[in-house]
Design a protein around this ligand. Structure first.
Ligand SMILES: Nc1ncnc2c1ncn2[C@@H]1O[C@H](COP(=O)(O)OP(=O)(O)O)[C@@H](O)[C@H]1O
Ligand SMILES: O=c1[nH]cc([C@@H]2O[C@H](COP(=O)(O)O)[C@@H](O)[C@H]2O)c(=O)[nH]1
Length: 313
């Protein structure tokens, strides 16, 4: 069945993104650099991208009773997300993600202070799922506690469930629900962790994923695009040519673009191929989610890349 809306459950976060002036970071000392702040959280980023792509979307998350929380909710609502499922918790601070990139654009370290999400109980997810219609796709990130993720998997009732692990550490929270996931988006580090390996070539990792319990997904590879697996079939999906300025949020744009195209009727490979255009647009902006993203902009960028490819052949 085609779905008409998406319910995103997971992080709603304030991001602080710093960048050293020099290409190489200097560890164990103070670096000269720039810092900016924005709204993030994987589930929230995916929800914002979906709203901008024209898909009706709700968010289930938690914020503190503080200025950061008010800002995160107001910005999400202004972007078109239904924020009724975002609980304001007294006595807890809104989650934050502090990421330091070097001047070459590589992530040096990220720090996730997200204890507030431990209070999103299984009952909150059950209530949200009970209120969601049968044609709603469910999306989770691993900011949710394992017990809450398991409650979502139990209550999905035939609905599609898509997921993003968020980090190597939090991936472990998916352990019990992997067979319930219909689509998994993850990067090569998370894939290696999932497969219990130190590292490995992308093709080998993708084959390992295809032989595993998750039906289909995208192994994202930065500038090299992604490898899609569906049952035991692996397909390479190239990234579109782009001029990256900041890669923060690119994976979230790719996930949202894929879900939006599936809702429009594409098959998985076509959806992921077109969603590469959302990722290309996102890496070309400093923002984590582009305010000017739309389905028209995504498809126009995809068509442009096809024409450029034909001309340069
Ligand atoms: N440096 C880059 N140059 C061009 N495209 C990129 C770059 N980094 C990411 N992308 C695009 O964003 C997508 C997701 O990025 P990736 O970094 O692999 O995911 P994540 O953010 O989840 O780690 C890639 O498949 C690609 O389309
Ligand atoms: O433990 C977490 N780390 C990071 C994020 C979020 O991940 C996003 C960056 O995504 P990407 O990896 O696609 O660049 C940021 O907005 C940040 O808030 C999160 O939700 N949980």
């Amino acid at each position: 069945m085609r779905y008409r809306s998406v319910l995103c459950m997971g992080g709603c976060v304030v991001d602080r993104i710093g960048e050293t002036t020099e290409a190489r970071e200097r560890l164990h000392t103070s670096n000269i650099g720039r810092m900016r702040s924005g709204i993030g959280g994987v589930a929230r980023n995916v929800a914002e991208n979906l709203a901008r792509l024209g898909v009706p979307v709700g968010l289930v998350s938690a914020v503190g009773e503080d200025a950061d929380g008010r800002r995160a909710v107001a910005a999400s609502r202004a972007a078109g997300i239904d924020t009724q499922g975002v609980v304001v918790m007294t006595g807890a601070a809104t989650a934050s993600y502090t990421a330091i990139f070097n001047g070459a654009g590589e992530l040096v370290i990220g720090l996730a202070d997200m204890a507030i999400f431990d209070a999103i109980a299984p009952s909150a997810a059950e209530a949200a799922l009970a209120a969601a219609s049968d044609d709603t796709l469910l999306f989770v990130d691993a900011n949710l506690p394992a017990a809450t993720l398991e409650a979502v998997a139990r209550a999905k009732r035939g609905r599609m469930l898509a997921a993003v692990p968020v980090s190597r550490q939090k991936l472990a929270r998916f352990a019990a629900i992997l067979p319930d996931l219909d689509i998994l988006f993850l990067n090569r580090y998370e894939a290696a962790t999932l497969l219990g390996r130190e590292g490995g070539e992308p093709a080998t990792l993708a084959q390992g994923l295809a032989a595993g319990p998750v039906k289909k997904g995208l192994l994202t590879l930065g500038p090299d695009g992604a490898l899609a697996w569906e049952e035991d079939r692996v397909t390479q999906i190239p990234a579109l040519p782009s001029r990256p300025v900041n890669v923060n949020g690119a994976g979230d744009a790719l996930a949202a673009g894929t879900l939006a195209r599936l809702a429009a009727g594409d098959d998985f490979i076509a959806a992921a191929s077109r969603a590469m255009a959302a990722a290309a647009l996102t890496v070309e902006a400093m923002e984590t989610v582009r305010r000017d993203l739309s389905m028209e902009a995504m498809l126009a960028r995809f068509d442009l890349s096809l024409r450029t490819e034909t001309i340069s052949r």
